[in-house]
Design a binder for this molecule. Structure first.
Ligand code: AR6
Length: 181
């Protein structure tokens, strides 16, 4: 499992950082940066739907949509991951529309869903930092702070992977995680 993947460990192994494609990771759940329709799109959403196959959009249609800051769960179908957690990040509108609060909610709700299912490893992409335009540095801080706080408070036994597709995000996560943990 993930033998060929090079990653860094933090928080006693509870958090892992890797640069790469989330659709290839062998984990129990991957978290999709979806939109409110849940019907697929570009970016990581498109990549996940392509890798999971057409059954994924059918499962999403049955759910019917998801509000910004919330999360829903489906099977992973053709993915290695058994589940996909779909969360809808905020569109960056300048920072005065509760964007950080909504982004934190995406991480929290996804982790809550994970804790309610047999999920021992969950992988996040950098939600909202692509098409939705959330500044990467601020988004990395929200992602790391929200996740580590959740792990401390909830005693979640899952390993959390942060999967960075681009070098800029990877370097930001590496620097924040290394300085804190
Ligand atoms: N694996 C991991 N991360 C990825 C991958 C991948 N295969 N591909 C891209 N990323 P984005 P958003 C990173 O735009 O900003 C969709 O159309 C990417 O580098 O996918 O939340 C949805 O349907 C970036 O850091 O999601 C929505 O309409 C991060 O994933 C909208 O885009 C998020 O970029 C959501 O926008």
């Amino acid at each position: 499992m993930n033998k060929e993947i090079v990653f860094q460990e933090f928080l006693g192994g509870r958090v892992r950082l890797v640069e790469g494609d989330i659709t290839r990771l062998d984990v129990d759940a991957i978290v999709n940066a979806a939109n409110k329709s849940l019907l697929g799109g570009g970016g990581v959403d498109g990549a996940i739907h392509r890798a999971a196959g057409p059954q994924l959009v059918e499962a999403c249609k049955k759910i019917g949509g998801c509000e910004t800051g919330n999360a829903v769960i489906t099977p992973g179908f053709n993915l290695k991951a058994r589940y996909v957690i779909h969360t809808v990040g905020p569109v960056w509108q300048g920072g005065n529309h509760d964007e950080p609060g909504l982004l934190a909610s995406c991480y929290r709700k996804s982790l809550e869903l994970a804790s309610q299912h047999p999920i021992k490893s969950i992988a996040f992409t950098n939600i909202s930092t692509g098409i939705y335009g959330f500044p990467k540095e601020a988004a990395a801080q929200v992602a790391i702070n929200t996740t580590t706080k959740f792990l401390e408070i909830n005693d979640l036994s899952s390993i959390v992977w942060f999967v960075c597709f681009d070098k800029e995000n990877y370097n930001l996560y590496l620097s924040h995680l290394s300085s804190k943990y």
